[in-house]
Design a protein around this ligand. Structure first.
Ligand code: FES
Ligand code: FES
Length: 184
């Protein structure tokens, strides 16, 4: 089992010491503009989402772009937020797990964000739940490009690390949502 250890300090903490010059930024999160100060614009987006915007559904796992706990949709593209500077997101439309329920059907799959969330509950996919924000957004992105994904499509697209091993439930939930047979 992989253990996630927080080794990367939150750059926003520097703001509390008063040793950094503050910069005002605006980002669009789940359809709303958020404006605030950050210690510097090299701060990874993840910390601004969690500590300033309050979108704490986006999680910190590895901090090195491996686990996908921190993924969001940026202009519709699945994007890791733990290392990339917030300055790179100023002109993009960002969707976090808090905005998934309002997302329209993912391409021709017909699966909305709300349907995805309800299937996750019905299928009891989440266990501890820590990875599931990123997992759900990854599945939404997959269904947009592959409305009826095969096992191989799922294996290739869903690289999120789940320490609880929910992969079979994720696969079954996707298959049920897209009207495909579940392996016995
Ligand atoms: S926290 Fe693991 S990929 Fe970002
Ligand atoms: S890490 Fe617990 S549900 Fe994935």
């Amino acid at each position: 089992m992989q253990t996630f250890v927080s080794v990367r300090p939150n750059p926003l903490d520097r703001a509390e010491t008063g040793s950094e010059r503050m910069t005002s930024i605006t980002i669009n999160v789940n359809g709303r503009n958020w404006t605030g100060d950050v210690a510097d614009t090299s701060t990874p987006l993840l910390w601004v989402l969690r500590d300033r915007v309050g979108a704490t559904g986006t999680k910190y796992g590895c901090g090195i772009e491996v686990c996908s706990a921190c993924v969001i949709l940026a202009d519709g593209t699945l994007t890791k937020t733990c290392t990339e500077n917030v300055a790179n997101f100023i002109d993009k439309k960002l969707v976090t797990i808090e905005g998934l329920a309002d997302m329209p059907p993912a391409g021709s799959s017909g699966v909305t964000g709300k349907m995805l969330q309800e299937m996750w509950v019905e299928s009891q996919v989440p266990q501890c739940g820590y990875c599931q924000s990123g997992m759900l957004l990854a599945v939404y992105a997959l269904l947009r490009s592959k409305p009826r994904p095969s096992d191989a499509d799922i294996d290739q697209a869903i690289s999120n690390i789940c320490a609880c091993g929910t992969y079979p439930r994720v696969r079954d939930a996707i298959k049920t949502l897209t009207g495909q047979a579940i392996a016995a």
